[in-house]
Write a protein that binds this ligand. Structure first.
Ligand code: PMP
Length: 291
């Protein structure tokens, strides 16, 4: 249960927390967000999430609302006030509050900040991973700048709902060339017959997931080869394994794509072992990337 939310400088009771009706995040989806996993009360890969937040804000020409250190303190305090040991913290920054007008507001308009946190039982994810999940494919109808983590998620929302109604957990977007880009809220991976991990390059067409970055480090340590290249829906359906990655979802085996069972229809050994090792290595891997 969520008890408190941080909204523009104060911690409000979650049930009473509110933003202004002319918040540009509300009116134009003019804002960005991050979701960070919490384990044992600690933020996982905080630095990588802050790096991405700064990049997203920079691409939209929104100022950092406060220093990274101050923002980190707000995230941790929100986690603490909500008594979260395992779960997630959500951070949203919009261009601020201003009378509705497509043009940017005046330069003295402050970005608006909302932070919430909630517990997610670890067992629920682990149970799902034991069975594996089904995905459906949908045409990728999003804008080109999906590398920016904006709150503008309508195609993702519609795709995820479609998946649910089809009895699946996730929807994989497929581009005009028949290649899988990513999931509605996850990155997409397959494993080739000879055991190489394949995921789309994070140059165009996908969000560069933090979990994806950490899996690169993990794979290198485990001696697994990664092919960073486009892969088609057909190749995915014929793959030895498939899986998805995201903060809180971590590494989740995919056992079905549309009507096609993947491998023998049960979670693959590589995905399962990456999931097992993820948290052992996550923090260390993040430290590596910091250099
Ligand atoms: N792609 C999309 C579209 C997402 O929304 C997410 C989750 N934020 C991801 C990929 C995975 O990113 P991360 O590993 O940073 O959670």
């Amino acid at each position: 249960m969520s008890r408190f939310a941080y909204v523009n400088g104060r911690y409000a009771r979650h049930a009473d927390a509110a933003i202004h009706i002319e918040d540009r995040g509300y009116q134009f989806a003019d804002g960005v967000y991050e979701v960070c996993e919490v384990r044992g009360g600690r933020l996982i890969d905080e630095r990588l999430h802050m790096d991405r937040l700064e990049r997203s804000l920079g691409e939209l020409r929104i100022a950092m609302p406060m220093s990274r250190a101050a923002l980190g303190a707000v995230l941790r305090e929100t986690v603490r006030r909500n008594l979260v040991r395992d779960g997630m913290v959500y951070l949203q920054v919009s261009r601020g509050v201003s009378p509705r007008n497509h043009l940017f507001p005046s330069a003295d308009t402050l970005p608006a900040v909302v932070v919430t946190a909630k517990s997610v039982a670890r067992a629920s994810g682990d149970k799902r991973a034991e069975a594996g999940v089904a995905v459906i494919s949908v045409p990728d109808n999003r804008w080109e700048r999906v590398d920016i983590k904006t709150v503008s998620l309508l195609p993702n929302v519609l795709a995820k709902q479609k998946a649910k109604e089809a009895g699946a957990y996730e929807a994989w977007f497929v581009d005009k060339d028949g290649n899988v880009t990513e999931g509605s809220s996850t990155n997409a991976w397959i494993v080739t017959a000879d055991g190489a991990l394949v995921t789309r390059p994070a140059t165009v067409g996908i969000l560069k997931g933090i979990t994806r970055t950490v899996v690169f480090e993990l794979a290198a340590r485990s001696g697994l080869r990664i092919e960073e290249r486009a892969f088609s829906l057909d190749e995915a359906k014929a793959a030895r394994e498939a899986f998805i990655t995201a903060a809180t979802t971590v590494v989740m085996p995919v056992v079905r794509i549309d009507d096609q069972a993947i491998g023998n229809g049960t979670p693959g050994s590589i995905a399962t072992s990456l999931r097992e090792h993820f948290h052992e290595f996550a923090e260390e891997a993040a430290a590596w990337s910091r250099g």
